[in-house]
Design a protein around this ligand. Structure first.
Ligand code: SAH
Length: 257
């Protein structure tokens, strides 16, 4: 029997946003290795599996990547069905690419299963269309945090005309604002900051580029959160305001600054 590992996206948190394929992999799993941002509720699909937490949140004690690699390899070589379960999509800021490459180099078959990435889920949960005819003709997913501290080219992104969806940005708001302003982005560019997207305790804070740091502080924005920066970030707000002027209730509860 050839060794195999499933690299599976658990989605942003709401267990109903899991794919059917992810559920199938979980049902077949003997061993499930999970990250911090995975909602434990999805484990109802693998009641008999051995669950191992290998999370690593920024600044906390973390499981060394080499250890995770070796553990996956050991179980896979023993013929176990191994599911490596990651928050969101395994290949969006999730090291899925690295892990898949390492496993393949060690003779392990890898099957990747998409998950709904937090940025796409967060926007949709807040009724923000990331692309919109005549408003945004594209979307850029970007991380504000790089392991080697290499610089994101924010001024170029400011010029791109695409909606920016920023991961791991909570601690970098000041830098992001400065760099985008330096790149010529309008100070009143709408921003939505979405914490715990798709979970019952989801919160959203609406702001503008120049005020986003101040507003996030007043709101006590915490990780995990994504930022949506672009004209579309005001779109849902307009819809909700129009709706409430007409006297009907907004579709879902939101918190605006
Ligand atoms: N692979 C994941 C991303 C992991 S990086 C995915 O595709 O979603 C971790 C970052 O993702 C967090 O710092 C935060 O910016 C974002 N994130 C993950 N889950 C989130 C959630 N439920 N709500 C808001 N942001 C989230």
């Amino acid at each position: 029997m050839s060794a195999k590992v499933w690299l599976v996206g658990a989605g942003p948190g709401d267990p109903e946003l899991l794919t059917l394929k992810a559920v199938r992999a979980l049902r077949e799993a003997d061993v499930v290795m999970i990250d911090d941002l995975v909602n434990d509720a999805v484990l109802e699909h693998c009641p008999a599996a051995r669950v191992i937490s290998v999370g690593k949140r920024g600044g906390c004690r973390s499981t060394p990547q080499a250890f995770i690699h070796r553990l996956m390899l050991r179980y896979a070589r023993h013929g176990k069905c191994v599911v490596r379960l990651k928050g969101g999509d395994p290949c969006i800021f999730g090291r899925g690419g690295e892990e898949a490459q390492w496993l393949r180099e060690h003779g392990v078959e890898v099957e990747l299963v998409n998950g709904i990435t937090a940025g796409l889920a967060g926007a949709t949960q807040c009724a923000i269309p990331l692309t919109l005819r005549g408003v945004a003709r594209g979307v850029t997913l970007v991380t504000a945090h790089t392991q080697d501290d290499s610089q994101v080219n924010w001024p170029a992104l400011a010029q791109s005309g695409t909606t920016l969806v920023v991961y791991m940005g909570v601690a970098k708001l000041s830098e992001i604002r400065e760099q985008l302003l330096a790149g010529g982005m309008a100070a009143d560019m709408p921003v939505a900051m979405i914490e715990n997207a798709s979970l019952p305790h989801q919160r959203e804070c609406r702001s503008q580029l120049s005020a986003m740091e101040h507003d996030a502080e007043a709101f006590q924005l915490k990780s995990p959160a994504i930022l949506v920066i672009g004209r579309v970030a005001a779109h849902a707000q307009q819809n909700l305001e129009e709706q409430s002027q007409r006297g009907s209730e907004p579709a879902r509860e939101s918190r605006y600054q």
